[in-house]
Design a protein around this ligand. Structure first.
Ligand code: PLP
Length: 418
């Protein structure tokens, strides 16, 4: 598109966005403090239109460029984009059992937290591995390191951590355990893009880190995900698994093909189709440019709400490790055991007032109906996760939220507390 055309189109998109927000404002809104708000604008929409008008909608150069820029921002050797954070978790697990280079085999056990987004656990099981669920420390929301250590057994081969709500796990202790017992480390960073432990970005500690770009996350591509990789070989394996086991978009020199196999349709592995679209990657390129601004705004809002929680006699918020730099995904809180109200009381009040709330992801996953399907959930008790299940909740942390609404939120919390 030429510059003149782009300017005209940008004007039209601005008008459309303005009229959409007027229509939305006129509608009765259930929440003035929702879990998430749109963080994209004219640039992302123009980029998507550009892909459609150039008939390059499926994975192409923008995806590669976004992968490169993401890897540079993340400080890792390479990154592979997929269509969701769940797909990123799935590919990470299938990387472990890749028939071309298996690191883990059937029956090998992966230790993973019981409080997480369920697709992380489903991914382990779908890849044919065993999962042993680790309790969480309710004061951090992350894996309880003592419970983790106690569950390392003869079949344990990997630890799949989750940096829940953007709060980094104690990676020094976890990596020391992994070294001692020769375990592979995987990281689910779907809620923790940008968070650091000991000056190192989460996702860079083990064999790979998964990220989600769902609408409400730190960076959005509408739907989307990424895996950051410590080396280009791992990224290549993932690219093959991402798309059909097909030898495409990768360096082909290492593969010996018979003369009867057309190199354009050569399959060297099994695989899925978890490819993103160019529209999603185009969104990501602009969202990356906005990240620093989002980060500042999220920090300001988090500090104001945390100051309220810290003076409250009835609420707590997650502890942060002295070496960790969290990048909060949302604002999780836990109602103290001795509070004169329940989690239900405070969330019902907030919901009635127009503040959207949620449990801390699934709470104790072992208490969900799906847990009945898998023996691994029945094996242990999870007292830490029960605390979060019964007394934890979170509210949103959108960088688009106004100062006036933050004031109104604090007022609301104050009124409830009184
Ligand atoms: C910890 C965690 N892992 C994985 C996912 C899955 O990501 P997606 O929704 O993009 O599939 C999420 C989603 O929010 C998540 O919070």
């Amino acid at each position: 598109m030429n510059i003149e055309g782009t300017k005209k189109l940008a004007g039209v998109i601005e008008l459309l966005l303005e009229s959409a927000s007027r229509i939305n404002e006129a509608k009765p809104q259930r929440y003035w403090y929702p879990l998430s708000m749109a963080t994209y604008g004219v640039e992302e929409i123009l980029e998507a239109i550009d892909s459609m008008c150039s008939f390059r909608t499926t994975m192409w150069e923008k995806t590669l460029l976004f992968e490169r820029k993401f890897a540079a921002a993340q400080g890792c050797a390479d990154a592979v984009m997929v269509n969701s954070g769940s797909s990123a978790d799935l590919l990470l697990c299938f990387l472990m059992t890749d028939p071309n280079n298996p690191r883990l085999g059937p029956g090998d056990e992966v230790l993973a937290p019981v409080v997480t987004w369920p697709t992380q656990i489903w991914s382990v099981l779908m890849a044919g591995l065993q999962v042993r669920l680790v309790d969480i420390d309710p004061t951090t929301l992350n894996m309880d390191v003592a419970d983790l250590e106690s569950k390392i057994g003869p079949s344990t081969r990997a630890i799949f951590v989750t940096h829940l709500m953007g709060n980094p796990c104690a990676m020094d202790q976890i990596m020391a355990l992994a070294r001692k017992h020769n375990l592979v480390v995987l990281e689910d960073c779907c809620e923790a893009l940008g968070a650091e432990f000991d000056g190192r970005k989460v996702g860079n500690f083990g064999i790979g880190g998964s990220f989600s770009f769902f609408f409400s996350h730190h960076l959005t591509t509408m739907e989307g995900g990424m895996i950051c990789c410590p080396d280009t070989k791992t990224a290549e394996q993932l690219r093959i698994l991402r798309a059909h086991g097909w030898l495409r978009n990768v360096d082909t020199t290492a593969y010996k093909l018979g003369a009867d196999v057309d190199p354009r349709y050569a399959f060297v592995n099994w695989g899925f189709n978890l490819r993103p679209t160019e529209l999603q990657a185009g969104f990501g390129l602009h969202q990356l440019n906005r990240m620093a601004g989002f980060e500042k705004r999220r920090e300001i809002i988090a500090n104001r709400v945390h100051a309220f929680v810290d003076q409250s006699k009835f609420l707590t918020r997650p502890h942060v490790h002295s070496k960790a730099q969290p990048y909060w995904f949302a604002l999780p809180m836990v109602v103290r055991e001795d509070a004169p109200f329940s989690r239900y009381d405070i969330t019902s009040y907030l919901e009635k007032e127009g503040v959207e709330t949620r449990p801390i992801v699934a709470g104790n996953l072992a208490r969900h109906p799906a847990a009945q399907l898998f023996a691994s959930f029945q094996r242990d008790k999870f007292p830490g996760a029960n605390i979060i299940h019964e007394r934890g909740f979170y509210i949103g942390l959108s960088p688009m939220q106004s100062n006036a609404n933050i004031g109104r939120l604090l007022q609301c919390l104050e009124t409830f507390q009184k």
